[in-house]
Design a binder for this molecule. Sequence first.
Ligand code: PAF
Length: 285
Amino acid sequence: MITVKTVRELRAAVARARSEGKRIGLAPTMGNLHSGHAALITKAAQRADFVVATIFVNPLQFGPNEDLATYPRTLAADQEKLLQAGCHLLFTPTVEEMYPHGMADQTIVSVPSLSEGLCGASRPGHFDGVATVVSKLFNMVQPDLAVFGEKDFQQLAVIRALVRDLNMPIQIIGEPTVRAADGLALSSRNGYLSEEQRAIAPELYRVICQIGDAISKGEQDFNALLDQGKHQLEAAGLRPDYLEIREATSLRPATAEHSDLVILAAVFLGKTRLIDNLHLNREHA
Ligand code: PAF
């Protein structure tokens, strides 16, 4: 695996691979890699011949009071994990390399509707930052396919929409969430949790699954399920930011008539914000 820091080196390395007839797979990350990221690389390596990973903590997608400064940067350990997972090329640009003309006048890619509500409501501008940096990475690498985690369900929907709307010939692959043995979705932000907070964090997925079970058994009163779920989260010491049942493609509020559903939640545990979801496709049940 080689690591490059400039767009020029990145393009040259990708061009070499492409001239050898290789299919290019991309897995964008912000680093501090865990098994969930390794799964993205493994999937890319199964579907492509040349796997490019990127590590870039993108300032454009962080709000003013968020964790940009403290976001864990662990490059040496990340490189080892990427190598083990089958990555061929790692791109670790600086902020200046990604935004050479500054961020204030940067052209922004904005995906309407899908970016509003849920995480978009509590993190204004977040999905514009994601859509912009992902579009830039897509243009720099021009991959045949790109893999993103389903844990960030709304992000995945936003990326699918931007690729469709901007006619980018890139296959987007969603990779299932990797979980700890107690159900907690792996996330770089889990590292912020104290021992006590870590012990109660699995309640998030437990409550989501309980709602999923009730819907699968025929419960149609979604509001009652959500009220009960929020009370359970609060009783466990988690502060719900949102807990919602949405139609899985449009992310619009779901009714009992919809068959493709997703239960999405974000909670605060102290200052740490955790998200998770459960996709429930009743057509294929
Ligand atoms: O999911 C992430 O880690 C980031 O949002 C992404 C897709 C790498 C864009 O910065």
